[in-house]
Design a protein around this ligand. Structure first.
Ligand code: FAD
Length: 507
């Protein structure tokens, strides 16, 4: 599919017509993967749609994930067969039809060393075999994701050179899907929705929802407006409780550290090791295509006000470095960390019981007098979640399982690798948008990406360009070096004022 051209001019025109009284079938609140997924599903069934996002596309949790497209292996451990099957089936759809340009196979090594005894090793192998069964059931070819197998210690260390050889008997090798970038998936879904007519308004914060529409504020000008709609869907992630009083959430934080891949011998496979003394928790080191390795993942309560941008605590950082180093030949320290990020999982505080329900695996759709709130779930299953919601709005059949996103199936040969990985079939047009030279020495981003993001992907501010379209912001050094180029290109400068309103100016 060709993505729509989303930019400041289109936003202004669409905002004017909606604020002027034009009614739509569905208003979606929230521009993370859940909201973008609902907008695409609804638009592709012929409904008129407006999506309102308080900040930018992928502003929330959707950019802070581990960037995996899971086949559901982790759910098997808890006996959640339905969820595991749904994940395997959605993974297949993403990798074969919907976004093959953004999802690639990633090998995982589980070292069989001192930390994994014979019983745990046998149990893990059974799990991997069942995972293979799900892969076959979902019709994912072994050429895309090869079956799991046992490998020698030598082979394991060839794939992950920093793996500790201490007591290493052998290893298990399995495969899963890895996203190039979670924020790029959100942008691709939103632009695909826009290509089918959806209105995508960023910097449009919703202040109240009702059965017949929403009240909102244009965060760029401070002007209040309302949008009339037949149905309203709230998909504001961990902020769901702000608009849907019956949804009470208690988030938990998951943090990642980024280290240069060279420090770990440029691994070709992820390493996955159980955290000693913690049942069911694993720490992983995931090689990324940008020369970094992501080390994760923590799970700590994050009570109190929900921050715009969560950050890992020093204790989480120490724990991750220690847990990863225990499995490696190198001892990682704070000086190895070149970036860090954290995301919040929504935990639903169950009204009746004091217990909490973990919505980070399952999604829920809550109906509050006609306003539907979608909360929880996974990036991997965003399409199925959106289908579940839109099935409640219309009888027209869902088509998103066979709808390629903007950029699918992929770039032609000889496209610059970074552009091919991030833009797929649109990479040629991106390359034609500007210079392909890095915007600053050592920063893997070119001017053409910035220009494309402003003209086609609704990047309005320098922050949109750095933090969500190009992800320069993942490494503070890159962010700082790229900031002058981004600031020159951005049509707006924007910053939240202490009072909660926004201070803006057109550049
Ligand atoms: C640490 C971590 C790792 C994860 N790793 C993976 C993984 O590897 N694979 C996977 O499949 N899943 C993963 N997940 C799960 C996945 O990231 C989330 O399920 C998903 O991103 C949630 O998306 P969302 O759209 O529901 O919420 P969000 O992405 O948070 O989007 C909500 C949006 O609503 C906007 N908003 C809030 N209030 C308003 C308002 N009043 N008006 C307008 N807009 C508003 C926000 O600005 C935000 O952009 C992970 C989650 C965490 C926390």
């Amino acid at each position: 599919m060709i993505g729509a051209s989303l930019n400041a001019a289109r936003r202004a025109a669409e905002l004017e017509s909606l604020a002027g009284g034009e009614a739509v079938d569905v208003v979606v609140v929230g521009g993370g993967i859940s909201g973008a997924g609902v907008a695409l599903d609804a638009a592709s069934r012929g409904l008129s749609v407006a999506l309102l996002e308080r900040r930018d596309l992928a502003f929330g949790t959707s950019r802070w994930s581990s960037k995996l497209v899971h086949g559901g292996l982790r759910y098997l451990e808890r006996g959640e067969w339905g969820l595991a099957w749904e994940s395997a089936r959605e993974r297949e759809r993403l990798m074969s039809t919907i976004a093959p340009h953004l999802v690639r196979p990633l090998p995982f090594v589980i070292p069989l060393g001192a930390g994994i005894g014979a019983a745990k090793s046998a149990k893990t192998q059974i799990g991997l075999r069942i995972g293979d069964g799900l892969r076959i059931g979902a019709r994912t070819s072994r050429r895309v994701l090869p079956p799991a197998r046992r490998i020698s210690a030598l082979e394991a260390r060839r794939l992950a050179p920093a793996l500790s050889g201490d007591g290493l008997r052998a290893a298990l090798l399995s495969w899963d899907g890895q996203l190039e970038d979670d924020a790029r998936l959100v942008v691709a879904v939103a632009r695909s929705a826009a290509a089918l007519g959806a209105r995508i308004l960023t910097y449009a914060g919703v202040t109240a929802v009702g059965a017949d529409g929403v009240a909102a504020v244009d965060e760029l000008t401070g002007a209040a407006f309302s949008v009339r709609a037949r149905r309203v869907v709230v998909a504001t992630g961990v902020w769901a409780g702000e608009l849907s009083p019956s949804v009470a959430l208690r988030p938990s934080r998951g943090s990642h550290l980024l280290v240069p891949a060279g420090r770990l011998g440029d691994p070709r496979a992820a390493v996955n090791v159980p955290v000693p003394g913690e049942r069911g928790r694993w720490v992983f080191a995931l090689p990324r295509a940008d020369g970094l390795v992501a080390i994760g993942l923590t799970d700590v309560p994050a009570d109190g006000p929900i921050p715009d941008v969560p950050t890992p605590s020093p204790e989480e950082e120490t724990a991750l470095l220690e847990q990863a180093s225990a499995a490696l030949e190198v001892s990682l320290g704070p000086g190895d960390v070149c970036g860090r990020y954290a995301g919040l999982r929504p935990l639903l505080a169950d009204e009746g019981a004091a217990a909490t329900a973990d919505l980070s695996r399952r999604h829920a759709v809550i109906d509050d007098d006609g306003v539907l709130t979608l909360v929880g779930g996974k990036l991997t299953t965003y399409r199925a979640m959106a289908q579940d919601v839109v099935d409640r709005l219309t009888d027209r059949p869902c088509v998103t399982h066979r709808l390629p996103l903007a950029g699918a199936p992929g770039a032609p040969p000889a496209t610059p690798p970074r552009l091919a990985r991030r833009y797929g079939a649109e990479a040629v047009a991106v390359a034609a948008a500007g210079s392909l030279e890095p915007v600053a020495p050592g920063v893997p981003i070119c001017e053409a990406e910035l220009r494309w993001a402003v003209e086609q992907e609704l990047a309005l501010t320098a922050e949109d360009l750095l933090e969500r379209r190009t992800r320069a912001g993942l490494v503070p050094e890159w962010r700082e070096a790229a900031l002058p180029a981004a600031a020159r290109m951005a049509p707006w400068s924007w910053s939240p004022s202490p009072s909660g309103t926004s201070a803006t100016s057109a550049s």
